[in-house]
Write a protein that binds this ligand. Structure first.
Ligand SMILES: *Cc1c(COP(=O)(O)O)cnc(C)c1O
Length: 393
């Protein structure tokens, strides 16, 4: 019950035990086309270019940034937690000129501040995180795309922690590239990273391989000229494989594709609205249960992610001892924290297959027993009762 990875849905694990197919096998390429169709509603988009990057969520983040950004481009990063810092680090490696608009951990960046920062910095790309699990905050993104388009900038969003759990509205937000991962609310293992790319971003990515830097030399795969940045994460080449051209790039990760496909089938089978509601109830139950136990919930209530909750470690309680007892006595893993929040909060996730009433109730019951054993007085049964009541509300 941490902030991911979490237990995978049994159907996903079963799908991943199927035998392998060659990467150009018609059955395999049919599955690829299905994956593209399945992930469009999951991303809230009609983007043609909706597919998988092979690797963990960070692979898609890096693929997006390295394919969109050239050295020297100004990038504006919306930074309110650890994953904003990751965007920054990747952009630094690319050689971008970094600008940031920041919020303290536990808050979000107001859209007016983003608008002012775009105005001030004139970025080529604006990069943001949707839900930053490090702080448990969800950044509102409505209006971001319009601001970027008006300023001639492309936009990127890391939605790893929210996809499949909170609404991802790629088209309504008007953002160009959004990426995810399986191991949070999609209920799969880490190792495949869904991505969606607007036509205008795809054109930018495809065009820049020929012209940028003015270098002309033969490319080993199709003779179209120089490319820059990464080979493995060159989305132009990966799109060539996912297109009807089926140009060879790397060997598709067959088993991960089966898993990603099944994740989306489970999500759409449940229904997106029902699924978001289940996560909302789970998050509200963790919050209510924690408060009933006399604990303090971290961060701004108005912008809380529904699928992970930060709880302040009470004074005098050894946070790591609590996590250890949770694992050893109850087989339940809850999350620690990073950076400025390290040693200050626990993070309890209720993601995907774990966003269930009984799992939340069992976790809070276990936490109560562990806290009592660690010397923190909490009213017997209060957390579980409040959680169940919040679930019903
Ligand atoms: C968990 C998480 C990631 C994780 O990336 P991996 O490469 O799968 O470890 C990235 N971004 C956000 C916002 C996350 O919450």
């Amino acid at each position: 019950m941490g902030p991911g990875p979490v237990n995978a849905h049994p159907r996903v694990l079963r799908a991943m035990s199927a035998d392998l197919l060659g990467q150009f096998d018609p059955e395999m390429t049919a599955y690829m086309n299905q994956v593209m169709a399945l992930y469009r509603p999951v991303f809230g988009t009609r983007n043609r270019w909706t597919f998988l990057v092979d690797g963990t969520a960070r692979a898609a983040i890096e693929a997006a940034l390295v394919s969109l950004i050239a050295p020297g481009d100004v990038v504006l990063i919306v930074n309110f937690g650890r994953f904003g810092l990751l965007l920054r680090e990747i952009c630094e490696r690319i050689g971008a000129v970094i600008e940031t608009v920041d919020a303290p951990w536990g808050e979000i960046v107001p859209m007016e501040a983003i608008a002012a920062a775009i105005e001030r910095t004139g970025p080529k790309v604006v990069a943001a995180v949707h839900g930053d699990t490090s702080t448990t905050m969800a950044q509102p993104l409505a209006g971001l795309g319009a601001l970027c388009r008006a300023a001639g900038a492309l936009s990127y969003v890391d939605a790893t922690a929210t996809i499949g759990g909170m609404a991802i509205e790629t088209d309504l937000w008007g953002v160009d590239v959004v990426t995810g991962g399986l191991q949070k609310c999609l209920g799969g293992p880490s190792g495949s990273a869904p991505i969606t790319i607007s036509d205008r971003a795809a054109e930018h990515i495809a065009a820049r391989r020929h012209v940028e830097k003015g270098i002309v030399r033969d490319d080993i795969s199709n003779g179209t000229g120089a490319r820059i940045g990464s080979n493995y994460f060159d989305l132009a080449m990966v799109m060539d494989y996912w297109s009807e051209k089926r140009l060879n790039h790397h060997t598709e990760a067959t088993t991960m594709l089966y898993g990603a496909r099944e994740c989306a089938r489970v999500v759409l089978g449940e229904g997106l609205e029902a699924r978001f509601e289940r996560h909302r109830r789970a998050g509200a139950s963790v919050v209510a249960g924690a408060r009933a136990m006399g604990l303090t919930v971290f961060g701004d209530d108005a912008y809380r992610m529904t699928n992970v909750t930060g709880i302040l470690i009470p004074d005098g309680v050894d946070g790591e001892a609590v996590r250890r007892r949770m694992r050893e006595d109850f087989e339940i893993e809850i999350g620690a924290a990073f950076g400025p929040l390290q040693g200050r909060i626990w993070r309890i996730g209720a993601m995907g297959y774990n966003a269930m009433k009984h799992k939340v109730a069992i976790t809070l019951g276990a936490l109560e027993a562990v806290l009592r054993a660690e010397g923190f007085a909490t009213p017997a049964g209060a957390g579980v009762d409040a959680a169940l009541e919040a679930w019903r509300a």
